[in-house]
Design a protein around this ligand. Structure first.
Ligand code: URA
Ligand code: SF4
Length: 207
């Protein structure tokens, strides 16, 4: 049977593969069209997401909406999800074993959507492709992964906590349309959109 976003979401809703299921109110699979060209991957649901079952609906989500609007996009145009689909208690960092347990769902979402550009928001999603990179060095710089472009960006919540980062995030977002058209060229070359091999879960540098 072919995989679908609905099938993945229904499995996530009843998933017990990691301890985060114990404290969740609602799992948050992510949302957006199955043919989205751009996929955003955050960290994990927070308080409001856990209540509503929808990604990025709290303060960071409002800022993400603004960032999307700044380049003429609406939330309905893109797919938005997280590395873990259930809220880490008290919004603590997701642990390597939790990220590893949840990875299957993210892999399947990427396979179904086959996005041209993946924007990682924050260091946990960045680490999937760039395990030892520092976000302060590589933010806003697209890298190829197969025929896809991966664009690491700061998490919108980081910009809310550190006002200096706000303009940095706006500037990185402003170049996204350019990256999408670059990605289109690579995509049309028809290279396989393969993913790099999974990395061992590991602790991440802070900056
Ligand atoms: N922060 C995230 O990383 N993801 C959400 O869905 C909300 C806030
Ligand atoms: Fe399952 Fe992911 Fe939720 Fe853990 S975080 S229970 S692996 S859906």
């Amino acid at each position: 049977m072919t995989d679908s976003l609905e099938k993945i979401a229904s499995e996530i809703a009843t998933c017990t593969k990691c301890p985060l299921h114990l404290s969740r109110e609602k799992a948050v699979p992510g949302e957006g069209p199955p043919d989205a060209e751009i996929m955003f991957i955050g960290e994990g649901p927070g308080f409001h997401e856990n209540q509503s079952g929808r990604p990025f609906v709290g303060a960071a989500g409002k800022f993400l909406d603004e960032l999307l609007a700044s380049i003429g996009l609406r939330r309905e145009d893109v797919f938005i999800t997280n590395v873990v689909k259930c809220r880490p208690p008290g919004n603590r960092d997701p642990q390597p074993d939790e990220i590893a347990a949840c990875r299957e769902y993210l892999d399947r979402q990427i396979a179904v959507i086959d996005p041209k550009v993946i924007v990682t928001l924050g260091r946990f999603s960045m680490a999937r492709w760039f395990p030892s990179a520092r976000i302060s060095r590589i933010h806003g710089q697209p890298r190829r992964a197969g025929r896809r472009l991966i664009v690491p960006m700061y998490h919108p919540a980081a910009a809310l906590h550190q006002p200096k980062l706000r303009q940095t995030v706006l500037d990185d977002f402003r170049r996204l349309p350019e990256f999408v058209s670059q990605a289109n060229d690579a995509y049309q070359e028809g290279e396989a959109g393969e993913e790099p091999p999974p990395d061992e879960p590991r602790q991440l540098p802070l900056f």
